[in-house]
Design a protein around this ligand. Structure first.
Ligand SMILES: Nc1ncnc2c1ncn2[C@@H]1O[C@H](COP(=O)(O)OP(=O)(O)O)[C@@H](O)[C@H]1O
Ligand SMILES: N[C@@H](CCOP(=O)(O)O)C(=O)O
Length: 303
C-alpha cells in the first residue's frame, strides 16, 4: 500500500468528427494530482492552475467522487486523504477535464489501496461514471483509442496516428458543459445519416493510420453531433474557414466543444494556430491556440 502517489493525466480530444462517443486521443496537455494518506481527518483538497477557482474542494469534487466510488466498489470506506490538484486542462472546453478527474481519482485510489484492481477494471468503472468511453479510455491508456462494447465488457483498440498529423486546438474563453452539448442532440437519426457516419468513420481510421491528406479531408465529416452543436459555438464557421485557408485538412469540434480541433501537417501547424486564434479574436473571443502531439503514455506516476 502506498502512502503517497503523484499522477499525470492527459487531456483528450474525443469524437474526431464521425466517431461520436467511441474514439478519442490523449493530448500532450496535462493535469497532475497528488494523493497523500492522512493520519486523521477526512479530506483536504487544494487546487491550483488554470480555472482552479471553479473546482470545488469538498466531497462534491468530481475527482474525489471517483476516488470514493473506487472504495465503494471494494466495499470499503475511503481513507483520510489530501489531494493536491494542479490543472493544465481548462474546464468545460471539450478537452476531457472531467475524464482527467475521474481517471485521476480512480487510479490514485487504486495506488493507495495497493492496486487491488486491474487497469481494465479501473477503466470499466471510469466508463460507467463518465457514461461514454471516448475520453476516459485515452486519458487512462494514452494514444488514440477506439472503444466498442461487447455485452457488458469493452473491446479497446489503439488506432495508429500517423506522425505527420498534428492536432491543433483552439481553446476559446467561454465554456460549454458536456451535459448541455448532449441535450441538443436528437434521440433518433435517419438511415442516411447512420450510413454517412459509418463510412466516414471507417475512412477516418485508415486516414489517421496512413496520413493520407485526401482521406483526412473527406473523413472528418459528421452528421451525428456536429450539425447540432455548431450553433452553440459562436464563430465556428469563421474559425473553420480560417483553419482551412491556412492549410488544415479539416476542423472538428473537440469533445463536446467549444474547443475546435484542426488536423494539419507539421509544416502548416504554426499558421493554422495563428489563423484559428485570429479568427476568434476578430469575433471578440480571446483564444489560446496550441499545436499539440498525441500523448502515448496515458495516466502515469511522476516524481
Ligand atoms: N480536476 C478536477 N477536479 C474536480 N472536478 C473537475 C476537474 N476537472 C473537471 N472537473 C469537473 O468537470 C466539469 C467539466 O466537465 P465537462 O462539462 O464534461 O467538460 P469537459 O469537456 O472539460 O470534460 C467541471 O465543471 C468540474 O465540475
Ligand atoms: N462523446 C462525448 C465526449 C465529451 O468529451 P468532453 O471532452 O467534452 O468531456 C460528447 O461529445 O458528448
Amino acid at each position: 500500500m502506498s502512502q503517497s502517489v503523484t499522477l499525470q493525466v492527459p487531456a483528450t480530444t474525443a469524437n474526431l468528427g464521425p466517431g461520436f462517443d467511441c474514439i478519442g486521443a490523449a493530448l500532450t496537455l496535462y493535469n497532475t494530482c497528488q494523493f497523500s494518506r492522512l493520519d486523521a481527518g477526512e479530506l483536504e483538497i487544494t487546487v491550483s492552475g488554470v480555472d482552479a477557482e471553479r473546482v470545488s474542494t469538498d466531497q462534491s469534487n468530481l475527482l474525489y467522487q471517483a476516488f470514493a466510488k473506487f472504495y465503494e466498489q471494494l466495499g470499503q470506506v475511503p481513507p483520510p486523504v489530501r489531494i493536491q490538484i494542479e490543472l493544465g486542462v481548462p474546464l468545460a472546453r471539450g478537452l476531457g477535464s472531467s475524464a482527467t478527474a475521474i481517471v485521476g481519482g480512480l487510479v490514485g485510489a487504486n495506488w493507495l489501496a495497493g492496486q487491488p484492481l486491474s487497469t481494465t477494471e479501473v477503466m470499466e468503472i471510469a466508463i460507467a461514471i463518465e457514461g461514454h468511453p471516448d475520453n476516459v479510455v485515452p486519458a487512462l491508456l494514452g494514444g488514440c483509442r477506439l472503444a466498442a462494447s461487447r455485452g457488458s465488457a469493452w473491446e479497446i483498440c489503439e488506432v495508429p496516428w500517423h506522425s505527420e498529423i498534428v492536432p491543433v486546438v483552439a481553446i476559446p474563453n467561454f465554456e460549454l458543459s458536456t451535459a448541455e452539448a448532449r441535450r441538443v442532440l436528437p434521440a433518433q437519426y435517419s438511415r442516411a445519416d447512420a450510413i454517412f457516419n459509418t463510412a466516414h468513420f471507417g475512412l477516418l481510421v485508415r486516414a489517421l493510420e496512413t496520413g493520407n491528406p485526401q482521406w483526412l479531408q473527406a473523413a472528418l465529416q459528421d452528421r451525428i453531433h456536429q450539425p447540432y452543436r455548431q450553433t452553440l459555438i459562436s464563430g465556428f464557421d469563421a474559425v473553420r474557414e480560417a483553419a482551412l485557408q491556412a492549410g488544415a485538412y479539416e476542423l472538428v469540434i473537440s469533445g463536446a466543444g467549444p474547443t475546435l480541433l484542426a488536423l494539419t501537417s507539421p509544416q502548416q501547424s504554426a499558421s493554422v494556430c495563428q489563423a484559428m486564434s485570429q479568427a476568434w479574436q476578430q469575433q471578440g473571443i480571446s483564444t489560446q491556440a496550441i499545436a499539440l502531439a498525441i500523448d502515448a503514455d496515458g495516466t502515469k506516476t511522476i516524481d
